[in-house]
Design a protein around this ligand. Structure first.
Ligand SMILES: C[S@@+](CC[C@H](N)C(=O)[O-])C[C@H]1O[C@@H](n2cnc3c(N)ncnc32)[C@H](O)[C@@H]1O
Length: 224
């Protein structure tokens, strides 16, 4: 794919192009640059494979199951993409910060939700201000989009955002064995997910999820 090409494809074609963009970027030793390239070139949400333009159904299910009320709580969504999960948390009453490494994704959120109360920001999970801490931290599909070599640093960076007595909700793909980690998105093994506990968080819920297409995911909750 040459520089400047615009992506003009449906979701399945989008997935193929994403794999090509990511692989080109990785070969240059740049593990995150391709996200900005993707968002900047995309002309429609269909070109972003993970952009469903609605909040993640597992987040919605978790909020309903726990009768979540965000009033009085600060929250952050990590790698917020096009902003639907951040808006969902804001509608639940939270004061929300949402960040993504891609300025184009953040611009897209701001255009989609011009009157939003969410504070949308461009930021790198691996280089955040030290004083950022929140009552609720939501990590959905971002750690799994980073190569295995960055996994541990990413997990520690996510955990650092959780205030004392705060909570983390992590949702992602679950690998049954490390053999499944050969292609993107690189699902997390149970062993990798356990690293959250090594950061000082305590696991208070872990639910394996299996959808009709046979994709295995997890929804895990932690408290500090
Ligand atoms: C697979 S997408 C998931 C997006 C969103 N969480 C969702 O579930 O739709 C991963 C997102 O993380 C962002 N991202 C990747 N690396 C990041 C980093 N180091 N810091 C912040 N955001 C990052 C990407 O730009 C992308 O929007």
């Amino acid at each position: 794919m040459s520089k400047g090409d615009r992506i003009n494809a449906d979701k399945s074609e989008g997935r193929r192009l994403v794999a090509a963009l990511a692989s080109e970027s990785h070969q240059r030793g740049d593990y995150v640059g391709w996200f900005e390239t993707l968002y900047a070139r995309a002309e429609h949400p269909d070109h972003i494979p993970w952009a469903d333009m609605q909040p993640n159904p597992h987040l919605v299910e978790w909020a309903a199951r726990t009768a979540f009320d965000g009033r009085g709580l600060s929250a952050v969504t990590i790698g917020c993409g096009l902003g639907d999960d951040a808006e969902f948390l804001a509608a639940s009453g939270c004061e929300v910060t949402a960040f993504d490494i891609s300025p184009s994704a953040i611009g897209w959120c701001q255009r989609r939700f011009p009157t939003s109360t969410v504070r949308y920001m461009t930021a790198d999970l691996l280089a955040l201000p030290q004083d950022w801490q929140f009552d609720r931290v939501v990590e959905i599909y971002t750690v799994q989009a980073l190569p295995l070599a960055l996994r541990s640093a990413a997990i520690h960076a996510v955990a650092r955002l959780v205030k004392p007595e705060g909570r983390l909700l992590a949702i992602g793909r679950l690998a049954e064995s490390p053999d499944e980690q050969v292609s993107m998105p690189w699902p997390l093994t149970r062993e990798e997910i356990r690293e959250y506990e090594a950061t000082g968080l305590r696991e208070i819920g872990f639910e394996p999820l299996h959808d009709a297409e046979g994709v295995h995911r997890f929804c895990a909750e932690y408290v500090r």
